[in-house]
Write a new protein. Sequence first.
Length: 305
Amino acid sequence: MPLQQGSARARQRTVLLVGIAVLLAALVLAVVLASLLTHGRHEVSPTMLKWMDRGTTKNLQEVILGRCYNYITAQHPELGDKDCLKIWESLKDAFVYKNPCNITPEDYQPLMELASHPIPCNKSLFWSKTGDLVHRYTKSNQNFLTLEDTLLGYMADRVSWCGDPSAPGINYESCPKRNECETNPGSVFWKMASKMFAEAACGVVQVMLNGSVEAGAFRSSSIFGSVEIFNLDPDKVTEVHIWLMQNIGGPQSESCSGQSIQRLINILEERNFKIICEDNYRPVQLLQCVHSPDHADCRLCTNSS
Protein backbone atom coordinates (compact mmCIF):
# COMPACT_ATOMS: atom_id res chain seq x y z
CA MET A 1 0.00 0.00 0.00
CA PRO A 2 2.71 2.64 0.75
CA LEU A 3 4.23 2.03 -2.69
CA GLN A 4 0.88 2.54 -4.35
CA GLN A 5 0.28 5.78 -2.38
CA GLY A 6 3.75 7.06 -3.36
CA SER A 7 3.23 6.37 -7.03
CA ALA A 8 -0.21 8.05 -6.89
CA ARG A 9 1.32 11.19 -5.35
CA ALA A 10 4.03 11.20 -8.04
CA ARG A 11 1.42 11.00 -10.79
CA GLN A 12 -0.49 13.91 -9.17
CA ARG A 13 2.67 16.00 -9.02
CA THR A 14 3.42 15.21 -12.66
CA VAL A 15 -0.10 16.18 -13.75
CA LEU A 16 0.15 19.41 -11.71
CA LEU A 17 3.52 20.33 -13.23
CA VAL A 18 2.25 19.61 -16.74
CA GLY A 19 -0.81 21.76 -16.08
CA ILE A 20 1.34 24.66 -14.83
CA ALA A 21 3.61 24.33 -17.88
CA VAL A 22 0.62 24.41 -20.24
CA LEU A 23 -0.80 27.48 -18.46
CA LEU A 24 2.54 29.32 -18.67
CA ALA A 25 2.85 28.46 -22.36
CA ALA A 26 -0.66 29.81 -22.99
CA LEU A 27 0.18 33.04 -21.17
CA VAL A 28 3.40 33.50 -23.17
CA LEU A 29 1.51 32.87 -26.42
CA ALA A 30 -1.16 35.43 -25.46
CA VAL A 31 1.50 38.07 -24.72
CA VAL A 32 3.25 37.38 -28.05
CA LEU A 33 -0.01 37.61 -30.00
CA ALA A 34 -0.98 40.86 -28.27
CA SER A 35 2.42 42.32 -29.07
CA LEU A 36 2.10 41.35 -32.73
CA LEU A 37 -1.39 42.81 -33.01
CA THR A 38 -0.42 46.19 -31.51
CA HIS A 39 3.06 46.47 -33.01
CA GLY A 40 3.59 49.71 -34.93
CA ARG A 41 0.59 51.52 -33.48
CA HIS A 42 1.17 51.42 -29.73
CA GLU A 43 4.79 50.40 -29.77
CA VAL A 44 6.57 51.77 -26.71
CA SER A 45 9.62 53.76 -27.61
CA PRO A 46 12.04 55.43 -25.17
CA THR A 47 12.50 58.43 -27.48
CA MET A 48 10.15 60.36 -29.76
CA LEU A 49 11.04 62.23 -32.91
CA LYS A 50 12.57 65.64 -32.24
CA TRP A 51 10.98 68.58 -34.07
CA MET A 52 11.69 72.30 -34.17
CA ASP A 53 8.42 73.65 -32.72
CA ARG A 54 7.06 73.46 -29.17
CA GLY A 55 5.38 70.25 -28.11
CA THR A 56 1.77 69.55 -27.22
CA THR A 57 0.37 71.99 -24.67
CA LYS A 58 0.32 70.47 -21.19
CA ASN A 59 -3.16 69.50 -19.96
CA LEU A 60 -4.47 69.93 -23.51
CA GLN A 61 -7.73 68.12 -22.78
CA GLU A 62 -8.54 70.38 -19.84
CA VAL A 63 -7.61 73.50 -21.85
CA ILE A 64 -9.82 72.56 -24.82
CA LEU A 65 -12.76 71.48 -22.69
CA GLY A 66 -12.51 74.56 -20.47
CA ARG A 67 -12.45 76.92 -23.44
CA CYS A 68 -15.29 75.06 -25.15
CA TYR A 69 -17.57 75.21 -22.09
CA ASN A 70 -16.71 78.86 -21.49
CA TYR A 71 -17.51 79.74 -25.11
CA ILE A 72 -20.89 77.99 -25.28
CA THR A 73 -22.10 78.93 -21.79
CA ALA A 74 -20.64 82.33 -20.82
CA GLN A 75 -19.92 83.92 -24.21
CA HIS A 76 -22.38 82.41 -26.69
CA PRO A 77 -25.18 80.59 -24.84
CA GLU A 78 -27.06 80.27 -28.16
CA LEU A 79 -24.52 77.53 -28.96
CA GLY A 80 -25.33 75.59 -25.80
CA ASP A 81 -26.28 72.49 -27.77
CA LYS A 82 -22.65 71.92 -28.79
CA ASP A 83 -21.16 68.75 -27.25
CA CYS A 84 -17.74 69.74 -25.88
CA LEU A 85 -16.81 66.16 -24.98
CA LYS A 86 -17.46 64.99 -28.54
CA ILE A 87 -15.53 67.98 -29.86
CA TRP A 88 -12.52 67.07 -27.71
CA GLU A 89 -12.69 63.40 -28.74
CA SER A 90 -12.81 64.33 -32.44
CA LEU A 91 -9.77 66.61 -32.02
CA LYS A 92 -7.88 63.87 -30.18
CA ASP A 93 -8.78 61.26 -32.80
CA ALA A 94 -7.39 63.57 -35.50
CA PHE A 95 -3.79 63.34 -34.25
CA VAL A 96 -3.18 60.85 -31.42
CA TYR A 97 -0.90 57.91 -32.39
CA LYS A 98 -0.48 59.39 -35.88
CA ASN A 99 2.63 60.47 -37.74
CA PRO A 100 2.65 64.28 -37.21
CA CYS A 101 3.79 64.82 -40.79
CA ASN A 102 0.99 62.79 -42.31
CA ILE A 103 -2.21 64.55 -41.20
CA THR A 104 -5.00 64.94 -43.75
CA PRO A 105 -8.08 67.21 -43.99
CA GLU A 106 -10.20 64.08 -43.54
CA ASP A 107 -8.70 63.65 -40.05
CA TYR A 108 -10.26 66.97 -39.00
CA GLN A 109 -13.55 66.79 -40.89
CA PRO A 110 -15.59 65.42 -37.93
CA LEU A 111 -14.22 68.22 -35.71
CA MET A 112 -15.08 70.91 -38.26
CA GLU A 113 -18.65 69.64 -38.51
CA LEU A 114 -19.13 69.41 -34.74
CA ALA A 115 -17.72 72.86 -33.91
CA SER A 116 -18.97 74.95 -36.86
CA HIS A 117 -21.60 77.63 -36.35
CA PRO A 118 -23.07 80.48 -38.44
CA ILE A 119 -21.16 83.77 -38.83
CA PRO A 120 -23.42 86.86 -39.08
CA CYS A 121 -23.07 88.93 -42.25
CA ASN A 122 -20.84 92.03 -42.19
CA LYS A 123 -18.90 90.73 -39.16
CA SER A 124 -16.03 88.71 -40.67
CA LEU A 125 -12.63 90.28 -40.05
CA PHE A 126 -9.54 88.70 -41.64
CA TRP A 127 -5.98 89.66 -40.77
CA SER A 128 -2.31 89.09 -41.51
CA LYS A 129 0.64 90.23 -39.38
CA THR A 130 -1.70 92.22 -37.12
CA GLY A 131 -2.63 89.51 -34.61
CA ASP A 132 -2.35 91.46 -31.34
CA LEU A 133 -3.96 94.61 -32.71
CA VAL A 134 -6.86 92.91 -34.47
CA HIS A 135 -7.79 90.90 -31.38
CA ARG A 136 -7.60 93.95 -29.14
CA TYR A 137 -10.00 95.55 -31.58
CA THR A 138 -12.52 92.69 -31.63
CA LYS A 139 -12.47 92.61 -27.83
CA SER A 140 -13.38 96.31 -27.75
CA ASN A 141 -15.82 96.15 -30.68
CA GLN A 142 -18.24 93.24 -30.69
CA ASN A 143 -19.38 94.08 -34.23
CA PHE A 144 -16.52 92.07 -35.74
CA LEU A 145 -15.31 88.48 -35.50
CA THR A 146 -11.93 87.03 -36.41
CA LEU A 147 -11.38 83.30 -36.82
CA GLU A 148 -10.05 83.26 -33.24
CA ASP A 149 -13.40 84.65 -32.07
CA THR A 150 -15.25 81.58 -33.40
CA LEU A 151 -15.55 78.39 -31.34
CA LEU A 152 -12.90 76.54 -33.37
CA GLY A 153 -10.40 79.37 -33.27
CA TYR A 154 -11.06 80.24 -29.63
CA MET A 155 -10.36 76.67 -28.51
CA ALA A 156 -7.17 76.32 -30.55
CA ASP A 157 -5.69 79.82 -30.21
CA ARG A 158 -2.06 79.74 -28.97
CA VAL A 159 -2.11 76.04 -28.11
CA SER A 160 -0.17 73.27 -29.81
CA TRP A 161 -0.67 69.56 -30.36
CA CYS A 162 0.82 66.64 -32.28
CA GLY A 163 0.89 62.89 -32.04
CA ASP A 164 3.50 60.16 -32.28
CA PRO A 165 3.13 56.58 -33.57
CA SER A 166 4.64 55.23 -30.34
CA ALA A 167 3.10 55.28 -26.85
CA PRO A 168 1.67 57.38 -25.28
CA GLY A 169 0.63 58.68 -28.72
CA ILE A 170 1.09 62.39 -27.90
CA ASN A 171 4.39 64.27 -28.20
CA TYR A 172 4.75 66.79 -25.37
CA GLU A 173 8.37 67.60 -26.20
CA SER A 174 8.23 68.93 -29.77
CA CYS A 175 6.02 69.25 -32.85
CA PRO A 176 6.95 69.87 -36.51
CA LYS A 177 7.00 73.38 -37.95
CA ARG A 178 5.47 74.18 -41.31
CA ASN A 179 8.90 74.24 -42.97
CA GLU A 180 9.59 70.72 -41.69
CA CYS A 181 6.35 69.38 -43.16
CA GLU A 182 3.20 71.19 -44.29
CA THR A 183 0.90 68.32 -43.34
CA ASN A 184 1.48 68.75 -39.61
CA PRO A 185 -1.49 68.87 -37.20
CA GLY A 186 -1.40 72.66 -36.64
CA SER A 187 -1.02 73.71 -40.27
CA VAL A 188 -3.75 71.38 -41.54
CA PHE A 189 -6.12 72.48 -38.75
CA TRP A 190 -5.68 76.22 -39.35
CA LYS A 191 -5.96 75.87 -43.12
CA MET A 192 -9.23 73.97 -42.79
CA ALA A 193 -10.63 76.33 -40.15
CA SER A 194 -9.59 79.36 -42.24
CA LYS A 195 -11.21 77.92 -45.36
CA MET A 196 -14.46 77.30 -43.49
CA PHE A 197 -14.37 80.81 -41.96
CA ALA A 198 -13.90 82.39 -45.40
CA GLU A 199 -16.65 80.30 -46.97
CA ALA A 200 -19.08 81.45 -44.27
CA ALA A 201 -18.40 85.18 -44.80
CA CYS A 202 -21.19 87.31 -46.26
CA GLY A 203 -22.00 90.97 -46.79
CA VAL A 204 -19.12 93.40 -46.21
CA VAL A 205 -15.91 91.74 -45.02
CA GLN A 206 -12.86 93.44 -43.53
CA VAL A 207 -9.17 92.59 -43.62
CA MET A 208 -6.57 94.25 -41.38
CA LEU A 209 -3.02 94.26 -42.79
CA ASN A 210 0.25 95.63 -41.45
CA GLY A 211 1.67 98.58 -43.40
CA SER A 212 4.86 98.58 -41.33
CA VAL A 213 6.09 95.21 -42.61
CA GLU A 214 9.12 95.83 -44.78
CA ALA A 215 8.46 92.85 -47.06
CA GLY A 216 4.95 94.11 -47.90
CA ALA A 217 1.56 94.11 -46.21
CA PHE A 218 0.06 91.42 -48.45
CA ARG A 219 1.87 88.10 -48.73
CA SER A 220 0.68 85.38 -51.10
CA SER A 221 2.17 82.74 -48.78
CA SER A 222 0.08 83.79 -45.76
CA ILE A 223 -3.10 81.99 -44.73
CA PHE A 224 -5.09 85.01 -45.87
CA GLY A 225 -3.22 85.21 -49.19
CA SER A 226 -3.24 81.48 -49.98
CA VAL A 227 -6.46 80.18 -48.40
CA GLU A 228 -8.98 82.75 -47.22
CA ILE A 229 -8.91 85.14 -50.18
CA PHE A 230 -9.71 82.30 -52.61
CA ASN A 231 -12.56 80.91 -50.52
CA LEU A 232 -14.55 84.14 -50.23
CA ASP A 233 -17.76 83.70 -52.22
CA PRO A 234 -18.44 86.59 -54.70
CA ASP A 235 -22.11 85.65 -54.61
CA LYS A 236 -22.27 86.22 -50.83
CA VAL A 237 -19.66 88.93 -50.20
CA THR A 238 -20.63 92.41 -51.43
CA GLU A 239 -17.46 94.37 -50.58
CA VAL A 240 -13.97 93.87 -49.17
CA HIS A 241 -12.67 96.67 -46.95
CA ILE A 242 -8.89 96.73 -46.49
CA TRP A 243 -7.62 98.44 -43.34
CA LEU A 244 -3.91 99.10 -43.78
CA MET A 245 -2.53 99.86 -40.33
CA GLN A 246 0.92 101.28 -39.65
CA ASN A 247 2.60 101.11 -36.27
CA ILE A 248 2.46 104.31 -34.21
CA GLY A 249 5.76 105.95 -35.05
CA GLY A 250 6.22 103.83 -38.15
CA PRO A 251 7.89 102.59 -40.14
CA GLN A 252 5.44 103.46 -42.93
CA SER A 253 6.53 100.74 -45.32
CA GLU A 254 3.38 100.63 -47.43
CA SER A 255 0.16 102.52 -48.12
CA CYS A 256 -2.96 101.61 -50.09
CA SER A 257 -1.09 102.58 -53.26
CA GLY A 258 1.77 100.20 -52.45
CA GLN A 259 2.88 97.34 -54.64
CA SER A 260 1.64 94.40 -52.57
CA ILE A 261 -1.73 96.07 -51.88
CA GLN A 262 -2.21 96.68 -55.59
CA ARG A 263 -1.49 93.00 -56.16
CA LEU A 264 -4.16 92.11 -53.58
CA ILE A 265 -6.65 94.51 -55.20
CA ASN A 266 -6.00 92.93 -58.61
CA ILE A 267 -6.70 89.45 -57.23
CA LEU A 268 -9.94 90.63 -55.63
CA GLU A 269 -11.07 92.50 -58.75
CA GLU A 270 -10.42 89.43 -60.89
CA ARG A 271 -12.83 87.60 -58.56
CA ASN A 272 -15.44 90.36 -59.02
CA PHE A 273 -15.24 91.90 -55.56
CA LYS A 274 -15.71 95.58 -54.82
CA ILE A 275 -12.77 96.93 -52.81
CA ILE A 276 -12.19 99.87 -50.50
CA CYS A 277 -8.72 100.43 -49.02
CA GLU A 278 -8.13 102.84 -46.14
CA ASP A 279 -4.80 103.83 -44.60
CA ASN A 280 -4.82 103.78 -40.79
CA TYR A 281 -8.54 103.13 -40.30
CA ARG A 282 -9.47 105.66 -37.63
CA PRO A 283 -11.25 103.43 -35.02
CA VAL A 284 -8.29 101.04 -34.98
CA GLN A 285 -5.74 103.86 -34.89
CA LEU A 286 -7.51 105.32 -31.85
CA LEU A 287 -7.06 101.95 -30.16
CA GLN A 288 -3.33 102.04 -31.02
CA CYS A 289 -3.14 105.49 -29.45
CA VAL A 290 -4.35 104.14 -26.10
CA HIS A 291 -0.80 102.84 -25.61
CA SER A 292 0.93 105.95 -27.08
CA PRO A 293 -1.40 108.90 -26.36
CA ASP A 294 1.35 111.54 -26.45
CA HIS A 295 2.92 110.44 -29.73
CA ALA A 296 2.74 112.90 -32.64
CA ASP A 297 0.78 110.39 -34.74
CA CYS A 298 -1.89 110.29 -32.05
CA ARG A 299 -2.08 114.06 -31.60
CA LEU A 300 -2.72 114.41 -35.33
CA CYS A 301 -5.33 111.69 -35.02
CA THR A 302 -7.20 113.37 -32.17
CA ASN A 303 -6.98 116.89 -33.67
CA SER A 304 -8.31 115.90 -37.10
CA SER A 305 -11.75 117.19 -37.93
